[in-house]
Design a protein around this ligand. Structure first.
Ligand SMILES: C[S@@+](CC[C@H](N)C(=O)[O-])C[C@H]1O[C@@H](n2cnc3c(N)ncnc32)[C@H](O)[C@@H]1O
Length: 439
């Protein structure tokens, strides 16, 4: 019998991470397998949808909770060199057999802070990329922004390069909370940026919040949620604050031997539930463990829905992750290694993992659970597996805890299950990877 109680025992927020972004876990990928990635790219193309991720690793400030590879000390010469390397990297990919003559269905500018770039830098980057690869057929182009980097003219440039989905990192509305967590923006800049973004007119605006920032309280969170609802975004994404090993918060906790100043897990789940309930009363629908979306318009998220169904994605830029033709791979995560590889006309792939059929099945299963519902028929058709039989013991334990309802092929997480889905997912992993979990 699977024991799920580990999840409720561990109530305090500690250094470590529950969030499951991929499978097999990153810690299993290795430099020994990079050839497997290159082999996968040398095969003929398939009909699998293809996306492009562009990593812009620059920020005005590093947030105390941030675990991404970001730089706050690069000058405009460095940035120009990086942008040239990015377009060169895309050119190198376009020469591979597997990617030949294919269009990107979705594009994602992620960070760091893509909106750190000036309008001219952005136009220059996109001009260079489009000499090698067309993306005008993309159904969605997402662009992450830090509110304090935006001006109306920059938003016009962002729109001009084809962005359909603007994602604003609001995180919280309380200025003390924002400052204490090392955010570069304040609430006034949120209001300005949001108003300009609406004036410029994007198909979709998403805003990110984090439940459980250092210094947050019940009252401040309720106020943040109310102010966010007043903006009427098309999508709201809420992450439960984690304190990953390589964040400043984690280092501070280690140095002081003190506790992590973040609300416990039950509090964070209650805060997310409060926000989800309030938004749902106002015409939104829960579309994943982290997202509510307006139900009266097309507020889908093609990047997420494609990736979680096994689409290929080429991740460009320092430390970016890719998945193509069954292989996982990640770029060099240091500035010098990344730029050196590109200067030598080599793809900057530093570690990889060739996923087996079973691992690809588990990957999709794990990621699709984050949507809150899984169709057993999809896994029967695509992978020839009966997931309710294969995982009968996990699902029985989840049913007993009231985390899931199963009706024929329809597997549906309850709100309680969805709010702790990342802690449940390792139970679907192969046993040798359960301990690789970062926590
Ligand atoms: C790659 S970050 C880019 C944010 C962008 N630079 C900005 O300033 O708005 C994307 C999102 O990850 C979330 N995030 C980052 N660190 C996190 C953490 N430690 N725990 C939970 N969510 C986190 C934040 O909501 C953030 O908006």
């Amino acid at each position: 019998m699977v024991q799920l109680d580990v999840i409720s025992e561990n109530q305090n927020t500690e250094v470590g991470s529950y969030f499951v972004a991929n499978y097999p876990p990153f810690s299993a990928w290795s430099a020994d397998h990079t050839q497997a990635a290159l082999d996968a790219l040398s095969k003929p193309p398939t009909a699998n949808p293809l996306g492009l991720y562009i990593h812009i690793p620059f920020c005005r400030k590093r947030c105390r909770f941030c675990y991404f590879r970001v730089y706050t000390d690069k000058n405009s010469g460095d940035i120009d060199r990086y942008l040239s390397a990015l377009s060169k990297e895309i050119e190198l990919y376009s020469r591979n057999e597997y990617l030949h003559n294919r269009n990107f269905e979705f594009v994602y500018f992620g960070g760091g802070t893509p909106s750190y770039l000036s309008g001219d830098q952005l136009r220059g980057l996109v001009d260079k990329i489009s000499q090698h690869w067309r993306w005008d057929k993309a159904r969605e182009v997402t662009f992450e922004c830090e509110p304090g980097t935006l001006k109306k003219s920059k938003l016009e440039a962002i729109k001009e390069i084809g962005v359909t989905r603007l994602s604003l990192g609001i995180e919280h509305f309380d200025d003390d909370v924002l400052e204490f967590n090392g955010r570069a923006h304040r609430s006034r800049e949120i209001a300005e940026a949001y108003a300009w973004a609406r004036e410029v007119g994007f198909d979709q605006i998403n805003v990110d919040l984090i439940a459980g920032m250092a210094g947050d309280t019940e009252e401040k969170w309720h106020d943040t949620v109310a102010k966010t609802l007043a903006l009427s975004p098309d999508n709201l994404t809420i992450y439960q604050m984690e304190v990953p090993q390589n964040s400043t918060l984690a280092r501070e906790a280690r140095d002081s031997g003190g506790e992590v100043p973040i609300a416990d897990w039950p509090t964070k789940r209650r805060w997310v539930a409060h926000a989800f309930d309030l938004f749902c009363e106002s015409g939104y629908e829960v579309s994943s463990a982290y997202t509510v979306a307006k139900s009266d318009k097309n507020a889908g998220f093609i990047y997420r829905d494609s990736l979680w169904r096994g689409a290929d994605m080429i991740g460009t830029g320092v430390a970016s992750f890719s998945f193509a033709n069954g292989a996982h791979f990640q770029n060099a995560d240091s500035w010098a290694d990344y730029l050196d590889a590109i200067a030598n006309e080599r793809l900057p792939i530093a570690r990889a993992f060739p996923a087996s059929d079973q691992q690809r099945m588990i990957r999709e299963l794990v990621l699709q659970h984050k949507l809150g519902h899984v169709d057993a028929g999809y896994f029967r058709n695509k992978f020839g597996v009966e997931i309710t039989t294969l995982y009968a013991d996990v699902y029985d334990a989840m049913k007993q805890s009231n985390y899931v309802h199963i009706d024929g092929d329809d597997i549906r997480l309850t709100q309680d299950g969805l709010l702790r889905v990342d802690a449940l997912l390792p139970f679907f992993f192969e046993s040798n990877f359960r301990s690789h979990h970062e926590h």
